[in-house]
Design a protein around this ligand. Sequence first.
Ligand SMILES: [Zn+2]
Ligand SMILES: [Zn+2]
Ligand SMILES: [Zn+2]
Ligand SMILES: [Zn+2]
Length: 518
Amino acid sequence: MTESAQGGFPGFGPDAPLDLGALSSAAVAGIVGRLRDRTTGAFADAVARTGYCSHPVRLTGSSRTIDAATGEILAEFRSDDAPLGTLFRACGNRRESVCPACSRVYARDTFEMIRAGLLGGKTVPAEVAENPLVFATLTAPSFGHVHGTRTKHGGGGRCRPHGRGVCPHGRPRSCTAQHAEHDAAVGGPLCDACYDWQSAVVWQWHAPELWRRFTIAMRRQVADALGVRESDLARVASVQFAKVAEYQVRGLVHFHALIRLDGPDGPGSPAPLPGDVLADAVRAAARSVVVTAPPVDGADVSRVLRFGQQLDVRCVRSGVPDNDDGTDDLRPEQVAGYLAKYSTKGTGTDAAEPRPHHQRLIRTCRWLAERAATACRSVAGPDPEDDDGCHCGHCADSPYRLLAKWAHMLGFRGHFSSKSRRYSIPLGRLRRARARFQRLKADADRDGTPMDTADLEARLLADDEGTTLVVGHWTYQGTGWTNPGDKALADAAAARAREYAQWKARTRGGEVPITPAA
Ligand SMILES: [Zn+2]
Ligand SMILES: [Zn+2]
Ligand SMILES: [Zn+2]
Ligand SMILES: [Zn+2]
């Protein structure tokens, strides 16, 4: 960090206080303890090495990095030599609500991964920046009217002023309130009895399959547009994408995807179709996808599931020279920023104050799983006195039997971010590059030598897994900082690092901060 990079950051400097907020007496005792036994320096080292993780994994033991070809020991690491005598490893959690620091790292990697697929870099050829690109949002259908803030697109802010009359349960079909964003009613139905909770959960449970079929349909549509058989598509073009799932306030996911068309010779080879034709293919694919969901039990019906009517498909880049980039005012970097931000979000349920309709969705997940597990009893059931489960051999096959395990996710069991194989560099390789950088930097700091920056990125990103072996013996000691004072300090330091990054992004101008909105 250079002096000029820090200059002007409000509150920066050795004298600036760290905002610790309200501390419990246990936290104060912990901090005082560290000051008294002079371990604050070692603790500061340990917490910095985890990137200010809220609850790192604690390990003791040692490992050696060995050259697989020669058997030479390249490096040795022992927890005894680490600050505080323990190896603290960052938890790596994706969700901002679980670990703010690790979720920022995840967002940054996701941003880099998505950006490289848009503009090249990080082993992805720069020519991908010339290829057609579409940004699509695939929604869930409606399962009944819900309360909303309606502030977007000049909605005027009234919830649902034009609904007529009352529902069969005597509740008004309109709502003239102007809901605040944090109003617990927002996203919840106007009438709980009218809302189709079961179908909402069944849709969410099958949403990953809808997405999978969409990716197949999309390739089929592109093949159609090119006039080739689907099995011959690879000879003329290749469709690549990065996708993120985001919970809406009603508790159902949307899929946001960036879809790029390449030629047959890999990422960045000239594409055979312009962006608007790709956008048409994406639209047609989204509309055509169907999953028939089997009934939960004998009393249930089968359902034909689709994506919602609300479908947003925009051409970000046409990929035609001289005809760019006037198709949309979306900038590729901006889109990468959105997706990275979404990728760190959970269900949006506040554990302390969950929205009532999220709780109802959770209960519906459990109830449907229970019904699926006992389906055979209600139809031709075994002896009801026999309590040791069912032996029919059918209910174990029910596609819904694991639904209860995913109740906390409101029935969604898919990936929150994923990509096709050749869209961009894998997140795992970015993570390994970061770990290598940290090791090189630690070595340079320890030896007091400048880091060798020649071909640094290429060396960091080299895919040479398998040329070295890591052999170690580690014992799991537990998870989290061992005293409440440590956790308070780690969280405060993480908040400060986050503020600094946001400030830097703002002052640099023009760049989209990827930190999840506060
Ligand atoms: Zn963490
Ligand atoms: Zn309302
Ligand atoms: Zn009703
Ligand atoms: Zn059974």
